[in-house]
Design a protein around this ligand. Structure first.
Ligand code: UD1
Ligand code: CA
Length: 456
């Protein structure tokens, strides 16, 4: 059975009060429409059609990599009108699945169950019981409990408004039947719109039964109309991810204060994550990793037994097993730390590799540098990698000891086991095994007098 998924995404989203089309607003740093697309992509034998309209160019540009048919709805004349634009995408034997681009948390299982209810004489409808159904189309049933129609809030009679079973808008039906009913839609209703919901009454008239199912949670079918709802769904999504991680063996000191905007591709066990940690992009965390409070990790690979203390920013970095980072360290893109490296407070590292057992513990900038193993870099050491136009590399070979407050003016190589005296400005390569220092000789002036304040 072939599935044609139609995602309705042409609406404006006035209540977002935004220049950005609603479906490009993000949950977990992913556009709402992308969530719906990613979920429906997991259905077998499925082609996806997206009905777009409001913010057309921006939507197409932002989501140009989606493997979908794009159908433009120039004027938004209603959900039925939106689906009418997709006639050419619908074959008679397809099962057509209708989704909304602003309902990001719908689960694959819920959709699979819905699709399973479709046959030549059944239409599948996803409904939800709501504490406050205001704004939703209501599911009207006859005395035997059979669905007879959907009535929109604005068209509902007072007794119909009391119905708490709401229309999620999500349904699945055979293509041939849908096309027949779409051709019959009118707009004689309170909003003057072509309502997709009118196909329910037509189905019933054609002796097609409406089979309803419900999602596991209401949150799955909630749409985003304003930023309050957006923030609610963000929290729901984050809490779900936190729960999955805890089930996989991660301790989260507060699951309500943990965010993943991306994924953890490889996840070890016995990881402990303190509060306010944000993980973005694609990451990997080894066994026994500890992450301190307020740390941000993006597109990084963290080895086993790594300890990251509070307030670190780690972006596109690789951290070898047993390394210790922070607090207040910043690892910028293309940082590669081998095993048992120590990076301390107020240390910034960019596009550099540090071999095993080396330590850069305080107040340093290391950029465009290759650091060997067993190196100790003293407090306040700076690699001067940039002359205002070009970047140059620094090489610090194995076993080097660099005294505090040293500037290494690149390009420069510090030979194996060399020692650099504190306070040096190193502009030339230094030999192996020797002490090199560049420092004005210390003098003491015996008969020097401190200035004295004049009494007034
Ligand atoms: C719709 C349903 C209502 C249901 C509710 C659930 C109809 C007539 N009503 O109402 O029964 O309870 O959703 O949220 O279907 N869209 C287009 N083109 C259009 C109009 C809408 O693409 O011309 C898209 C929107 O971008 C949105 C979705 O369709 O993703 C729903 O549109 P919306 O205006 O929110 O529908 P409601 O009036 O809330
Ligand atoms: Ca809506």
């Amino acid at each position: 059975m072939k599935i044609t998924t139609i995602i309705l995404a042409a609406g404006k989203g006035t209540r977002m009060r935004s220049e950005l089309p609603k479906i490009l607003h993000k949950v977990a740093n992913r556009p709402l429409l992308q969530h719906v697309y990613d979920m429906s992509q997991q259905l077998d034998n499925n082609t996806i059609t997206i009905v777009y309209g409001h913010g057309a160019d921006l939507v197409r540009n932002t989501l140009k990599d989606l493997d979908a048919n794009w159908v433009e709805q120039k004027q938004q004349l209603g959900t039925g009108h939106a689906v009418q634009q997709c006639k050419e995408q619908i074959s008679d034997d397809d099962t057509v699945l209708i989704l909304y681009g602003d309902v990001p948390l719908l689960k694959l299982g819920t959709v699979q169950q819905l699709i399973a209810n479709v046959s030549h004489n059944t239409l599948a409808l996803l409904t939800v019981n709501l504490e406050n159904p205001t704004g939703y189309g209501r599911i009207v049933r006859d005395k035997s409990g059979k669905v007879t129609k959907i009535v929109e809030e604005k068209d509902a009679a007072p007794d119909e408004k009391l119905i708490i079973e709401g229309n999620t808008g999500i349904l699945a039906v055979q293509g041939g039947q849908l096309k027949k009913w779409l051709a019959q839609l009118g707009n004689n209703n309170a909003q003057g719109e072509y309502y997709l919901t009118d196909v329910i009454e037509m189905a019933v008239a054609d002796k097609v039964d409406v089979i309803t199912s419900q999602p596991d949670t209401v949150d799955e079918v909630l749409g985003v109309n304003n930023r309050v709802q957006l923030s609610h769904l963000e929290r729901v999504y984050q809490l779900e991810q936190a729960q999955v991680l805890m089930e996989q063996g991660v301790t989260l000191l507060d699951p309500a204060r943990f965010d993943i905007r991306g994924s953890i591709e490889t996840l070890g066990i016995d990881i402990i994550i303190d509060v306010n940690v944000i993980i973005e992009g694609k990451n990997s965390l080894g066994n026994n990793v500890k992450i301190g409070a307020n740390t941000q990790i993006k597109n990084s690979v963290i080895g086993d037994d790594v300890e990251i203390l509070a307030n670190c920013v780690i972006d596109n970095a690789v951290i070898g097993a047993g390394s210790k980072i922070g607090p207040f360290a910043r690892l910028r893109p293309e940082t590669e730390l081998a095993d048992h490296v120590h990076i301390g407070n107020f240390v910034e590292i960019k596009k550099s590799s540090v071999a095993s057992g080396s330590k850069i513990n305080h107040l340093s900038y290391i950029g465009d540098t290759t650091v060997g193993s067993g190196v100790n870099i003293g407090a306040g050491t700076i690699t001067c990698n940039y002359d205002g136009a070009n970047k140059f590399r620094t090489v610090i070979e194995d076993g080097v000891f660099i005294g505090s407050d040293t500037q290494l003016v690149a390009p420069v190589t510090i030979g194996k086991n060399a020692t650099i005296g504190a306070g040096s400005t190193i502009t030339k390569d230094t030999p192996e095994n020797q002490l090199t220092l560049s420092r004005v000789k210390q003098v003491s002036i015996a008969d020097w007098q401190r200035p004295i304040k004049q009494e007034k």
